[in-house]
Design a protein around this ligand. Structure first.
Ligand code: F6R
Length: 614
């Protein structure tokens, strides 16, 4: 979703802003813009363009056309007002003195706009953000408050979620940053300072960052950053050193981030699993759920969105089997409004790759309000969800840039399994040997995944046979159904092919009427206990003319091949590790279908990497 970057220092700001924005492209956007203070013209210069960042960059000759050492930049994902040059950010006050970039939504913008219009303030855009720029100018120029006071007064009037970068023509050596419910980080450089919505935007220039908390305001100059709490009292910000390499956020010779990240999964899993498994037991770093607390638990409630929710669906099957504690899975966007039955005897497990998904964050807060302990499984270190949870388990997948998650999903799943083993040992619901057997297979998972990844051409071939289909059904039972949900989402989000996932047993209750000659059904039959049932469903849809692309384990491939049109295989493994391996051919299938259909794989239409609006 929208991206923010800001720079104040001694270098030319525009090339730095453009470079930073290019690192944020993966989040999804439809227009881009920058504002810099030009000393020659003693005024703000604003450049904005609908479409790809390339359009803006060409307009600015890569940055050479806009002179100035202080500036803010933005990639916009339209919410209020269509994507257009005029609705792009920065939004500027009618006096031309205040420029603002904004992520989030100002919920009471209509009311504020009405007030400003009644005061004779003219508006040019349809955005909620323009209200912020105009309101700051109203207090700063109209009521002659200092810039910081004008910002403070404005914040008192704003409702909603926002991360703001503010530049004023009268204070060209500073930037103001504000955060409420939308992430913003501060970067500490040598003789310069940065603000950004995502650390990748500034990693090339500094590795020393500070995470802003809700309600905080920061004043950035080339000499440093002063931070204030919501009462405008000065506060000390902890500076954190980011130690991952910038290469991790680059394509490294691959055509697409998604393919690179699919290929990175074995390594990501090694980082996630290996340090946590010793002598047949699981050890979590900095873990503070006591054995007494675990034994007293009445319920686990998993909350997440999208693919992370699909991890939760697998998690329900796995955790219930391992711990015998009832597990509910809820979509975060539903949970927050459903009057949930959650209290201090419920462990709420929040799953989020980005750690910034607004619905998930809101659900987390609701769960805490109801007295639950919140454990989050998060990839992005220091993200909002990680910081607001009582306990975090990081997935250590490294930066995930492609909008469609892959290594995020598989590492989340690994953490869920590790958590299951940890709880099962405390609860005595799995024998020591059963834990050892599962952990041994988890240690073998990266290697087995490498076997699957060694032959993407098999999957590419089947994608070439089916990429023209307009509709695909994924069917499976138990964890294969949960896997189908993720496989189907992967396909539809990047290839724009309509697809649905069904629990196979449900077919005869309605869906089978859609199956006719040539319908493509992807039958997931990895789960050994229900293999015979999976076979019957394949027979059922074949009899109605479907083409069946099946997925099963190597030991069952021959049996499956007797019925299915084609069979993809994964190595045999422990039942609780099957979805971790099974997802890989499904990710590759979706990738190749999207590739053959000429889709923009890393940035699918209408989607954003981090969904920071409701
Ligand atoms: C799909 C995908 C999304 C995310 C969802 C939640 O490939 O990536 O469905 O899983 O937006 O995002 P996080 O995990 O960042 O909370």
């Amino acid at each position: 979703m929208c991206g923010i970057v800001g720079y104040v220092g001694t270098e030319q700001a525009t090339p730095i802003l453009l470079e930073g924005l290019s690192r944020l492209e993966y989040r999804g956007y439809d227009s881009a813009g920058v504002a810099v203070y030009s000393r020659q013209q003693e005024a703000l210069r604003v450049y904005k363009a609908k479409g790809r960042l390339r359009v803006l960059s060409d307009m600015l000759q890569g940055g050479a056309a806009a002179d100035g050492t202080t500036g803010i930049g933005h990639t916009r994902w339209a919410t209020h007002g269509a994507p257009s040059d005029v609705n792009s950010h920065p939004q500027v006050s009618h006096s031309g003195k205040i420029a603002v970039v904004h992520n989030g939504i100002i919920e009471n913008y209509a009311e504020l706009k009405e007030f400003l219009l009644s005061e004779g303030v003219p508006f040019t855009s349809e955005t909620d953000t323009e209200v912020v720029a105009q309101l700051i100018a109203y207090f700063y120029e109209g009521e002659h408050l200092s810039l910081l006071e004008a910002v403070g007064r404005t914040l008192l009037r704003l409702e909603g979620a926002y991360a703001l970068g503010i530049l004023c023509a009268d204070a060209p050596d500073k930037l103001i940053a504000v955060r409420k419910d939308s992430p913003l980080i501060l970067g500490y450089g040598e003789g310069c300072s940065f603000l950004a919505s995502d650390v990748t935007a500034i990693l090339r220039y500094t590795r020393e960052v500070g995470y802003m908390d809700d309600g905080e305001v920061a004043v950035l100059t080339r000499d440093g950053i002063a931070c204030y709490n919501y009462l405008m009292q000065p506060i000390e910000k902890e500076i954190i050193h980011i130690d991952w390499e910038i290469d991790a956020a680059e394509k490294g010779g691959y055509e697409h981030f998604m393919f690179k990240e699919i290929m990175e999964q074995p390594e990501a899993l090694r980082r996630c699993i290996f340090p946590r498994v010793r002598d047949g037991a699981v050890y979590f770093e900095d873990f503070h759920l006591s054995d007494d607390y675990i034994c007293a638990l009445k319920k686990i409630c998993i909350i997440a969105c999208g693919s992370s929710y699909h991890v939760g669906v697998v998690g329900k099957y796995h955790l219930e089997r391992m711990t015998r504690i009832p597990v509910e899975v809820a979509l975060a966007s539903e949970f927050r409004y459903m009057d949930p039955i959650v209290d201090s005897s419920t462990l709420v497990v929040v799953i989020s790759q980005s750690g910034e998904t607004l619905d998930t964050m809101a659900a987390l807060r609701e769960a805490k309000r109801l007295g639950a302990h919140v454990l989050s499984i998060v990839n992005v270190v220091g993200s909002s969800i990680a910081r607001e949870s009582d306990q975090v388990l990081y997935t250590w997948a490294g930066p995930e840039i492609a909008v469609a998650t892959t290594k995020g999903y598989s590492t989340q799943l690994a953490v869920v399994n590790l958590l299951g083993v940890y709880f099962a040992r405390v609860l005595g619901t799995m024998t020591a040997q059963a834990c050892v057997d599962l952990l041994e297979e988890m240690l073998l998972l990266p290697g087995k995944m490498e076997q699957v990844l060694a032959h993407p051409e098999d999957i590419q071939y089947w994608a070439s046979q089916y990429f023209n289909h307009d509709s695909v059904f994924y069917i499976g039972r138990n964890v294969d159904y949960a896997l189908g949900l993720e496989a189907s989402l992967k396909l539809k989000e990047i290839s724009y092919v309509h697809s649905e996932a069904y629990a196979s047993g449900e077919l005869k209750h309605g869906t089978i009427s859609l199956v006719e000659d040539g319908t493509l059904v992807v039958a997931l039959g990895t789960y050994g206990r229900l293999f015979e049932k999976a076979m019957s469903n394949v027979v059922e849809v074949k009899a109605r003319g479907a083409d069946v692309l099946a997925l099963t384990t190597e030991s069952r491939a021959a049996e499956m091949a007797k019925t299915a049109t084609a069979v993809l295989t994964i190595p045999d493994t422990h039942e609780l590790v099957l979805p971790s391996l099974g997802v890989v051919p499904m990710q590759l299938f979706a990738y190749y279908v999207a590739l053959m259909r000429g889709c923009d794989i890393d940035k699918p239409r209408n989607l954003a990497k981090s969904v920071t609006v409701e």
